[in-house]
Design a protein around this ligand. Structure first.
Ligand code: ADP
Length: 385
């Protein structure tokens, strides 16, 4: 018999200037979203996180979904970096807080904001159980050959290794694809492709991540909105020696002025596609380079996996751009990957299969749901409470 439970869970994504929230009612086999929203301009129009949470509480009361914080069973936070310690969601205690703090040098933009959200909520609601779900956790199953760099051993001990990110999304996509195919995820091999402003891919063997394109930081791998992705480290040395750049200059160049923006001046894939059809050379080149990098990793991950059951597109671009999916899969028939152009053009609300009848590999376009993944991972912990 299934346990009967009713839990109200508050899923939070605290960024440097915003709080995104989704309130779930979780009960046997079903999740209902009671409310969702965002408070923006924290540190500017909204004074701090405490005021942000008060605004959310007022909204929830007005919407009639929650009159007191005491009606919540738990809060669950997306935390970007969990270092090498966490391969699963955890209940937040002093040790977890210390660990998130220790990972600040590895995620200087994200972990401080995530931590601030946790600490503020702790002050406002000391009795409320809080869960942390890490974006790095899903990739902790990578073997050392995937996560280590060929650098002197001591550096690895100091934390210089690949961690990977977008793990919550890759994890969700793995589960959702298994459900879509009606197969057991522990026996499925797939390549998940998350294409948002940040972009990464993962090689999934028997339901577990064995490689991913992002590294110690989110800079490695694919071409992204403003990040260059893979780059000869010699370029950085050249920039320092010949252009007199320091670490801050290089950070600004590689993280914020490169990628699609550096190539053609915009990060918006919709604009790139429409400029391309109007004959714009820079937009056209940016589009080709973006897709080619993804194709290159499909080849690499096919070699690692041996057998690929599914290719999965997601993120704002992967879900909404048939042009990108078509260009990425072009010429991959030799790998057993072939999409049906008509199926590829349909609008994706949740999850669809777009491969042709003759394609050996399933190809899916799936709208990711990181909040739902966080809620379900938290529920596994809360049911033991
Ligand atoms: P984030 O990584 O910030 O969460 P998203 O996953 O929402 O971002 O993805 C944002 C990207 O999705 C943008 O580059 C945007 O241009 C792209 N996008 C959204 N809708 C479309 C569309 N219809 N066609 C092509 N690209 C789209």
């Amino acid at each position: 018999m299934k346990a009967v439970y009713h839990k109200k869970l508050f899923v939070l994504n605290c960024g440097s200037s915003s709080i995104k929230y989704k309130l779930f009612h979780l009960h046997a086999e079903e999740e209902t979203v009671l409310a969702e929203g965002i408070v923006e301009r924290i540190g500017d129009v909204v004074k701090d996180y405490a005021q942000g949470f008060r605004i959310i509480a007022e909204r929830l009361a007005e919407e009639g979904v929650l009159t007191s914080i005491r009606q919540l069973d738990a809060a669950a936070h997306r935390v970007v970096h969990g270092g090498r310690r966490y391969e699963k969601a955890v209940m937040i205690d002093e040790d977890v807080i210390d660990a998130i703090r220790e990972c600040i040098p590895l995620a200087p933009l994200h972990n401080p904001a995530n931590l601030e959200g946790i600490m503020t909520l702790r002050r406002l609601a000391p009795q409320l159980p809080q869960v942390a779900v890490f974006d790095t956790a899903f990739h902790q199953s990578m073997p050392p050959e995937a996560y280590r760099y060929a650098l002197p051993k001591e550096l690895e001990e100091e934390g210089v290794r690949r961690y990977g990110f977008h793990g919550i999304s890759h994890h969700y996509l793995t589960r959702r694809t298994a459900k879509l195919l009606g197969k057991n995820r522990d026996r499925l091999n797939m390549i998940t492709i998350h294409l948002g402003n940040g972009a990464s891919m993962a090689a999934i063997e028997n339901g577990r991540s064995i490689d991913t394109t992002m590294g110690m930081t989110p800079l490695e791998g694919l071409v992204m909105g403003t990040r260059c992705g893979d780059l000869d480290p010699g370029v950085v040395l050249w920039l320092c020696e010949s252009k007199g750049m320091d670490a801050r200059d290089a950070d600004a160049l590689l993280n914020r002025r490169s990628g699609l923006r550096g190539l053609c001046g915009t990060i918006d894939m919709r604009e790139i596609v429409s400029r391309q059809s109007a004959g714009d050379e820079d937009a056209s080149f940016a589009f080709r380079l973006f897709c080619r990098r993804i194709r290159k990793y499909i080849g690499a991950y096919t070699a690692l996996l041996g057998r690929v059951d599914a290719i999965v597109f997601s993120g704002g671009i992967g879900t909404n751009s048939p042009e990108v999916r078509e260009e990425v899969c072009r010429g991959l028939a030799g790998f057993g990957i072939d999409i049906d152009s008509e199926k590829n053009r349909q609008k994706v609300d949740d999850a669809v299969l777009i491969q042709s009848d003759g394609s050996r590999v399933a190809v899916a376009a799936i709208r990711t749901d990181e909040e739902l993944q966080i809620a379900q991972e938290s529920l596994a912990l809360l049911s033991c409470m």
